[in-house]
Design a protein around this ligand. Structure first.
Ligand SMILES: NC(=O)c1ccc[n+]([C@@H]2O[C@H](COP(=O)([O-])OP(=O)(O)OC[C@H]3O[C@@H](n4cnc5c(N)ncnc54)[C@H](O)[C@@H]3O)[C@@H](O)[C@H]2O)c1
Length: 436
């Protein structure tokens, strides 16, 4: 496994738990030290326990060079990051440099190896960019000396290990049948549909999955913003719309927009690919534009209720991009906090897992160790993640808020609106009609 981030570590533990012998390498030596001790560098339910178990069973080991990772392996998974460039297109520099180093290792080996591109890469990348680098640096032909295939990952942060062990489907993109046999063998014990296609199609499936999920969210948010103007509760609308047997009700909930390391970057990369091939991706652009705007709705509501924000103290409950993770990448808390600071507000944040990572981005705001501490002395509060701990809060906690305003950015307290209002708390949300 090359790259021990969310995808690499979870894939490594999953495959080790299935009985394979997995060797792990990452360029980050500190991360390797942690993994070797059995400490998970990321916060994911059950991951650290399973990591310790596979280490103890001798099924997972750490090496300090890519050559050592490759030398004893039949299959090499590339799981490094593929971030966005400033123009939204994919930055392949990390994966290309791994391919270069990997090829140099393959050059001095007589064994056939299967190289698996697990990182998300836009259609055509494996054939046109990765294979040529592997061929040049190894001095061998793809399909003769080594094979290459694409195996995109669909795990969701927050339930990554569970998704790794029980995926909805496994997609394998092949260049030749030899790699198909290797991959089918590796995934034989996984009880889910296996979709075998060519490499370009496998790459596209990953981007289209994320783009469609992101589109559903932006669609729900667009409808919520219109519902706001009409005094209609968007949940009642989407709840009924989602009952249509032709639709899946998931991802139709309105809120502050999508974040994370994948949706914004993958939709941007797909839009950039469209542009590169001469197509103007109008829908994908709109999905991103609306998502960028959506946190503004919370600031608008805040100003409607409390007036000027200068000098006001505002609590953000939930800092990560979603519950169950410490990942701040793409979190909607980032533009919200930035806007609040621009307006001269003071911000106090609380997150059960992500405060340390949030501190790296916003070292000068306050961080609370509990919800009560976060609310104490604050004027208003924005709930930014749908963490169950917020849904289960004793609502009397909100009585300390100066303005009494709770903006429920994820509809976690919608079921308690009546109770909140009976305590004099102002409950506002995205697509939640304002009480007359
Ligand atoms: N995070 C997710 O939920 C998710 C889900 C599906 C797919 N993906 C995709 O999987 C890929 C990896 O995502 P991630 O979230 O795991 O990324 P990440 O940033 O968490 O991890 C990437 C890891 O690769 C390591 N790395 C970078 N360069 C290296 C090199 N030259 N040699 C060895 N290691 C190197 C980094 O140190 C880091 O530990 C991306 O393409 C992403 O789009 C991510």
């Amino acid at each position: 496994m090359v790259g021990l981030g969310y995808v690499g570590l979870v894939t490594a533990v999953t495959l080790a738990k299935k009985g394979n012998e997995v060797t792990c390498y990452d360029i980050d030596a500190a991360k390797l030290d942690m993994v070797a001790r059995g400490d998970s560098p990321i916060s994911e339910k059950g991951l650290e326990e399973e990591l310790k178990a596979v280490l103890a069973a001798g099924k997972l080991s750490i090496v300090r060079s890519l050559a050592d990772a490759v030398n004893d392996s039949e299959v090499v998974f590339i799981c490094v990051g593929t971030p966005s460039k400033p123009d939204g297109s994919i930055d392949l520099s990390g994966i290309i440099s791994v391919a270069q180093e990997l090829g140099e290792t393959l050059r001095v080996s007589d064994e056939h190896r299967t190289v698996v591109v697990k990182s998300s890469v836009v259609p055509g990348t494996t054939d046109k960019r990765i294979c040529p680098v592997l061929e040049e640096s190894s001095g061998k032909k793809c399909g003769d000396g080594f094979g290459v295939c694409v195996n995109p990952e669909f795990l969701r942060e927050g339930s990554a290990l569970e998704d790794g062990l029980h995926p909805d489907r496994i997609v394998i993109g092949l260049m030749n049948s030899e790699e198909g046999v290797v991959m089918q063998g590796l995934y034989d014990s996984f009880d889910c549909p296996k979709v075998v296609v060519d490499t370009k199609t496998a790459e596209m499936i990953k981007y289209v999955s994320n783009a469609l999920l992101a589109t559903k969210i932006s669609f729900a948010n667009e409808i919520a913003n219109i519902c706001d103007k009409l005094g209609i509760d968007v949940d009642n609308v989407m709840g009924a719309v989602g009952l249509d047997s032709r639709l899946n009700p998931k991802f139709l909930r309105a809120g502050l927009g999508f974040g994370g390391s994948c949706f914004p970057k993958d939709v941007s990369a797909l839009a950039a690919v469209g542009r590169e091939v001469g197509y103007e991706p109008k829908l994908l652009d709109a999905v991103l534009k609306l998502n960028d705007w959506q946190p503004t709705r919370a600031i608008q509501i805040l100003k409607e209720e409390v007036g000027t924000l200068s000098g006001k103290r505002i609590t953000i409950l939930g800092l990560a991009f979603k519950p169950g993770t410490d990942d701040m990448r793409g979190s909607r808390a980032i533009p919200i906090i930035a806007s609040l600071l621009d307006e001269g507000a003071k911000v106090i944040g609380f997150d059960p897992l992500a405060s340390d990572n949030a501190r790296k981005l916003f070292p000068d705001i306050d961080y609370a160790a509990s919800v009560s501490e976060a609310l104490e002395g604050s004027d208003a509060c924005i709930i930014q993640t749908d963490d169950v701990i917020f849904a289960e809060l004793d609502i009397k906690e909100f009585k300390v808020l100066g303005s009494g305003l709770v903006i429920d950015g994820r509809r976690v307290l919608a079921h308690k609106r009546g109770e909140l209002e009976s305590l004099g708390i102002i409950y506002r949300g995205i697509g939640v009609p304002k009480r007359a």
